[in-house]
Design a protein around this ligand. Structure first.
Ligand SMILES: [Zn+2]
Length: 332
C-alpha cells in the first residue's frame, strides 16, 4: 500500500531501501566555523557557505555508499527544536537546560502566537536535492516535540500549543512539496514519553500532513512503546522510523501481539557506540525483522541520527549497513 503511494508521488526504490535518520556529524572545519560565528568572528553568509560544502560532502558520501533515500545531514542546524524555535515567530530563547542524557539546549519559550516566517528549510533541501538524482528527504521536527521541549507562556494548554505549531508547520511542509520534495520526515522523538498525550501527537500530526501529496515518515526515539503500541499506529504517517537495535530488537515482541501495519524504517545499529557492527551482525537483525514484518514494508537505517559519531565512524557504520542490505536483497 505505502509502496504504491511512494510510486504515486514519483519515488521508486529497491526492496529494503536504505536511508538515515537525518543528522550527520559536522566535519571539524564546520564545527570551528560555527564556533567562530557564535563569537561574531564569521558572517552568517560565510558560515552558510561552509555548511553547503559539508552538505555536498555528505550527499557524495551517501551516493558512494549506495544509500537509496538521502538526507541533507542537517549541517546548518544545531538542536532540532531550538532550530525551528529560532525561526518561527512567537518563541524567544530560554536558558540552557539538560535533557536526554547529555543533550543541552536552550529551551525555547513561547511568548506570543506562533507564526511561520516563510520557508525555513526549503533552500537547504533544494540545494541538497540539486546535487543528486536520488530522493532527498525533507526534515522537520514535529509539533508535539516542539511543544514538549518548549516552555509555554502564551497558550491555555499543551494541546493548544501543539495545534498552533502544527498549523504553522504545515506551511513549511506545503513549501517543501511545492519545491518538489516527495518524502518528508517529521520527527517526534518525544512521542513515547507521555502515553496519555498520544492523541495530542496524533491530532497535531494530522493537522500537519492531512491531504498533502507526499510520503510522510516520523522518527521516534526509544521509549515506553508498550504503553502506546498499537495505538501509535494511528499517527497519520506512512512510515515509522524506530530505534530497534539498542534494545536488542525487543520491540519486535510488541509486533507479535499486534501486527505492524505501516512501513518501518528499521534501525539496524545503535548510534551511541564507537563500535562498527559487521555486516553479518546487521544481516541477522534484518532477518529478524523479516520474521515479523513483510519485506515490502521495511526500510533499513541506523537507530537514530549520527551527529554524535565522527565522520569516519558514520561512514564505516553506513558502509557496513549497506553491505548487509545488499546481501539480504539477494536472498529475497
Ligand atoms: Zn532517535
Amino acid at each position: 500500500m505505502s509502496r504504491k503511494h511512494l510510486e504515486e508521488v514519483g519515488v521508486r526504490v529497491p526492496m529494503l531501501p536504505t536511508t538515515t535518520v537525518g543528522s550527520f556529524p559536522k566535519p571539524p572545519e564546520l564545527l570551528a566555523a560555527r564556533a567562530k560565528a557564535r563569537r561574531g568572528e564569521l558572517s552568517q553568509k560565510a558560515l552558510d557557505e561552509q555548511a553547503r560544502a559539508a552538505t555536498a560532502f555528505w550527499i557524495t558520501k551517501q551516493e558512494e555508499i549506495g544509500i537509496d533515500i538521502l538526507v541533507d545531514g542537517e549541517q546548518y542546524r544545531g538542536d532540532m527544536v531550538a532550530y525551528f524555535a529560532e525561526h518561527f515567530k512567537g518563541f524567544k530563547e530560554g536558558g540552557l537546560v539538560r535533557s536526554y542524557g547529555n543533550r543541552y539546549y536552550h529551551k525555547p519559550i513561547i511568548v506570543s502566537e506562533v507564526r511561520w516566517p516563510g520557508p525555513i528549510t526549503v533552500e537547504w533541501w533544494k540545494y541538497a536535492q540539486g546535487l543528486t538524482s536520488k530522493p532527498v528527504k525533507g526534515m522537520l521536527t514535529g509539533p508535539y516535540t516542539i511543544m514538549d521541549w518548549s516552555f509555554n507562556e502564551h497558550y491555555p494548554n499543551r494541546r493548544a500549543v501543539a495545534m498552533a505549531i502544527a498549523r504553522e508547520l504545515r506551511k513549511e511542509v506545503e513549501a517543501l512539496i511545492k519545491a518538489g520534495c516527495k518524502v518528508i520526515q517529521i520527527d517526534e522523538p518525544a512521542l513515547s514519553v507521555r502515553p496519555e498525550e498520544l492523541q495530542v501527537a496524533i491530532d497535531s500530526m494530522r493537522a500537519v500532513t492531512e491531504g498533502l501529496p507526499a510520503y510522510f515518515l516520523t522518527h521516534v526515539c526509544y521509549g515506553a512503546f508498550e504503553f502506546i503500541y498499537p495505538n501509535m499506529l494511528k499517527m497519520p504517517v506512512e512510515n515509522f522510523d524506530l530505534e530497534m537495535s539498542n534494545s536488542e530488537l525487543d520491540l519486535l515482541k510488541l509486533f507479535s501481539k499486534a501486527p505492524f501495519t505501516k512501513d518501518i524504517s528499521f534501525g539496524v545499529f545503535d548510534v551511541h557506540t564507537h563500535k562498527v557492527d559487521a555486516p553479518e551482525v546487521i544481516k541477522r537483525r534484518i532477518k529478524k525483522a523479516l520474521d515479523f514484518i513483510k519485506p515490502e514494508q521495511i526500510w533499513v537505517d541506523p537507530d537514530c541520527g549520527l551527529k554524535t559519531r565522527t565522520v569516519q565512524e558514520a561512514v564505516d557504520q553506513l558502509t557496513s549497513m549497506q553491505a548487509a542490505v545488499n546481501e539480504v536483497r539477494k536472498s529475497l
